[in-house]
Design a protein around this ligand. Structure first.
Ligand code: PEP
Ligand code: MN
Length: 338
């Protein structure tokens, strides 16, 4: 069960309520969300206790949960889709939000050309890695703060929002100064120390699915952020490891309708990492729209083959423009505006 407390509830009242529930062998987790304080209960109380709870003045609402461990992320506890504000309006059920840019921020010049072009093609949010999670420690690790400054400066010029990856809880304050959305990479989906810290901020977090994460693990990672009090979570399907070794990853589009049934959180699809092959990006981007995704995350570059990271999956700016033309043409058929 999730209990929404009324604003008038004092600390003492809440403490007494938690104590009473503990007496019934029910643990409580308190969530401070800007929309109000909630208590997440370890299990649903019996009918008699529910009646009693509903009579309490300090309780605004009680919502029973199903047996699943994700409760705040569950559609059962919030039937309306979560809408997340960004530059062009909201990320949510009626729009289709496109985030585009290079895998890594390489230079001001590179980023400026890419931003100008993707904005013209219709992208809403500028992406670019400042802190890069690389398999080899000797590979380019990102330009860090310098790259964050470039992202903020270039995005401002083109009235775009910024999304960039956060890897280390110690960098959250810094990244929040420059980014509108913080991205948790696939390799950090189960970095619980990071997720807990991101629960304390009030900026949207785009959470990428781990390379071999189940849907349940993915939703529970989102729940970690929400349990900390940050309800602005965007899920991102970015492909998983399968036996198909002809491609870098397998883009699991089943995830989109499955997660839509389970959660009210928006879902973005990343066909760049999901395929690892630039020829497959446009068809899979269109498939993501058809599957019900709320938007895309795309890697694009002025000279894709010269990208410092992820060159093989990076599309050219011309291909990105073609992608946007096709998405613009198809979006109305799926009742989405761009
Ligand atoms: C990225 O977006 O560049 C990235 C590293 O993504 P992922 O975590 O999905 O591999
Ligand atoms: Mn990348």
């Amino acid at each position: 069960m999730i209990i929404t407390l009324s604003n008038s509830a004092s600390k003492k009242d809440i403490h007494a309520l938690m104590h009473m529930l503990q007496h019934h062998n029910i643990d409580t987790h308190s969530v401070h969300d800007p929309r109000g304080q909630k208590l997440v209960l370890s299990k649903n109380p019996n009918d008699e206790l529910v009646k009693l709870l509903n009579k309490q003045q300090i309780i605004q609402q009680t919502v029973k949960t199903n047996g699943k461990k994700y409760k705040l992320a569950s559609k059962q506890t919030q039937s309306q889709p979560t809408k997340i504000p960004c530059t062009h309006g909201v990320i949510g059920p009626d729009t289709f939000t496109v985030m585009a840019g290079p895998c890594s921020v390489e230079s001001q010049k590179q980023l400026a050309s890419i931003a100008q072009s993707v904005k013209k093609s219709g992208a809403h949010i500028l992406r670019g890695g400042a802190f890069k999670p690389r398999t080899a420690p000797y590979d380019f690790q990102g330009h860090g703060e310098k790259a964050l400054r470039m992202l903020a400066c270039v995005a401002k010029k083109h009235s775009m929002s910024v999304i960039t990856e956060i890897m280390d809880p110690r960098d959250i304050e810094l990244v929040c100064q420059f980014a509108d959305i913080l991205q948790v990479g696939a390799r950090n989906m189960q970095n619980y120390a990071l997720l807990k810290e991101l629960g304390k901020i009030q900026k949207p977090v785009l959470l990428k699915r781990g390379l071999s994460a189940s849907y349940n693990e993915f939703l529970l990672a989102a729940e970690y952020i929400m349990a900390g009090g940050n309800s602005q979570v965007i899920l991102c399907e970015r492909g998983i490891r399968t036996h198909v070794n002809e491609l870098r990853f397998t883009l699991d589009l089943n995830a989109v309708p499955f997660l839509k049934r389970e959660t009210h959180l928006p879902i973005i699809v990343d066909p760049s990492h999901g395929t690892g092959d630039r020829d497959l990006v446009i068809p899979m981007a269109k498939a993501a729209l058809a599957a019900g995704a709320d938007g895309l995350l795309i890697e694009t570059h002025t000279h894709p083959d010269q990208s410092i990271s992820d060159a093989a999956q990076t599309i050219s700016l011309e291909q990105f423009d073609q992608l946007m033309n096709e998405i613009n043409r198809l979006a109305p058929a799926f009742e989405r505006s761009i």
